[in-house]
Design a protein around this ligand. Structure first.
Ligand code: AMP
Ligand code: GLY
Length: 422
């Protein structure tokens, strides 16, 4: 089979790497891909949200399965368009992907079906949001309703900060139309865990847990990013908690979507806060997490293609999912300045030496190849991923590999995995 992977980040390199190991796969195309995917797949210069061109490419190139990485094409309805043409594609359709595409829609569904999530209100006017905020006297979170590349969530300790957040989102329109509506919700405290599950509309097959490090700097300081590193499994996510999350969150959500006439197929990613009173849902995403996918896929023992196919075909209840008895850690190497402005085009050295280390895979994110050089080409540049018999080993291996890689202006966190007892 020929497979098309859509996207060009670390998550997509990890997907291509895992898909390549399937005995069912002959060739992988990646659109647009990066310098890492180019080593094992054929990169196609089509943007991830250019649905017309992707559709044309898949129709003309005998693509047996398309796997969508990022949220944008899903929310834009890529799955609907491919299915209309009879092409097999893994991911939720537009109506199901609204779970990520609109935070107001997502919160309303959670509330309607009694799922655990922070108390909230949605607003389409800044004045009424401000009135509501003034009645509160504790930390709040102000969220742009639509997609904002992970940046549309503002954590506010005081009312003044919350009012300023409303101004940023609705007044200054910092996230464009994504801020036409906002959600204001209670601030939750605890550890965050990412729980990803394969879904076929009915059955939920949960993956092992992962934990992401969202803040830019060590000690969880600084601005939130797309994710500066991740590890799997998260020891804080016990077996009892796992069962609870399956029965009280994942299964009820998939049933709710079915009941709403929006059957959910693809990856359902729940961002959870483990609070003193139990797990609460921060958000649902309609796709694999980045960087969580990198440490998850290096631990996945099962062939991933039958899992994708079972989701498409509605036969997930017959599908096994096995994990290696190892832990894994992914350290994101970013460009200095990320998540604000940063420079591109810096030559990277040491990739071969890092990849040659035992248990290490260097996944590329923002990289591109120019002649025989690999250049930086984004904020998050690499996801250096290592497995080990325990977290301490995986962390040590990942940082040994990080030490071998150089370019001008590197930034990475030195404490990835610290919560797992590394
Ligand atoms: P979201 O995109 O909604 O998951 O928000 C991005 C990040 O903001 C989350 O991963 C959390 O770190 C933080 N966050 C979101 N909602 C809350 C909340 N209600 N309380 C505390 N932190 C939150
Ligand atoms: N790592 C967070 C996300 O993928 O949304």
């Amino acid at each position: 089979m020929q497979v098309l992977v859509i996207g060009g980040g670390g998550r997509e390199h990890a997907l291509v790497w895992k898909i390549m190991q399937s005995s069912k796969v002959e060739k992988i195309y990646c659109a647009p891909g990066n310098a890492g995917t180019a080593e094992i797949a054929e990169n196609i210069p089509i943007a991830a949200d250019d649905i017309n061109s992707l559709l044309e490419f898949a129709s003309e190139n005998d693509i047996g399965l398309t796997v969508v990485g990022p949220e944008q094409p899903l929310v834009l309805g890529i799955v609907d368009r491919f299915e209309e043409k009879g092409l097999r594609i893994f991911g939720p359709n537009a109506k199901a992907a609204e779970l990520e595409g609109s935070k107001a829609f997502s919160k309303d569904i959670m509330k309607k079906y009694g799922l655990p999530t922070a108390e909230y209100k949605t607003f389409t006017s800044a004045e009424s949001a401000a009135e509501y905020i003034k009645t509160k006297n504790h930390p709040l979170v102000v969220k742009a309703d639509g997609l904002a590349a992970g940046k549309g969530v503002l954590l506010c300790q005081t009312n003044e900060e919350a009012l300023a957040a409303v101004e940023t989102i609705m007044g200054e329109k910092s996230f464009g139309d994504a801020g036409n509506q906002i959600v204001v919700e209670e601030f939750l405290e605890g550890q965050e865990v990412s729980v990803l599950a394969f879904c076929d509309g009915q059955t939920v097959l949960m993956m092992d847990s992962a934990q992401d490090h969202k803040a830019a700097y060590d000690g969880d300081k600084g601005p939130n990013t797309g994710g500066m590193g991740a590890y799997s499994p998260a020891p804080v996510f016990t077996e009892i908690m796992r069962q609870k999350v399956r029965d009280k969150i994942m299964l009820p959500m998939v049933r709710a979507m079915q009941q709403e006439g929006r059957p959910y197929k693809g990856i359902l990613y729940a961002g959870l806060m483990l609070t003193k009173t139990g797990p609460q849902i921060l958000e649902f995403n309609a796709r694999f997490g980045d960087p969580e996918t990198q440490p998850l896929l290096v631990r996945m023992e099962s062939d991933i293609i039958p899992l994708f196919e079972a989701c498409v075909d509605g036969t997930l209840d017959q599908c096994p999912l096995k994990w290696k008895d190892e832990t894994s850690v992914c350290v994101v190497m970013a460009a200095e300045g990320y998540p604000e402005s940063y420079e591109k085009g810096k030559p990277i050295s040491g990739l071969k030496e890092a990849n040659a280390l035992s248990g290490v895979v260097v996944f590329h994110a923002g990289t591109k190849k120019q002649e025989d050089k690999v250049l930086t080409c984004g904020g998050r540049v690499l996801g250096v991923t290592a497995t080990g018999k325990d977290t301490a080993t995986a962390i040590a291996r990942a940082y040994d590999a990080v030490d071998k890689i150089k370019w001008e202006g590197i930034h990475f966190r030195k404490d990835i995995g610290h919560r797992a007892g590394g």
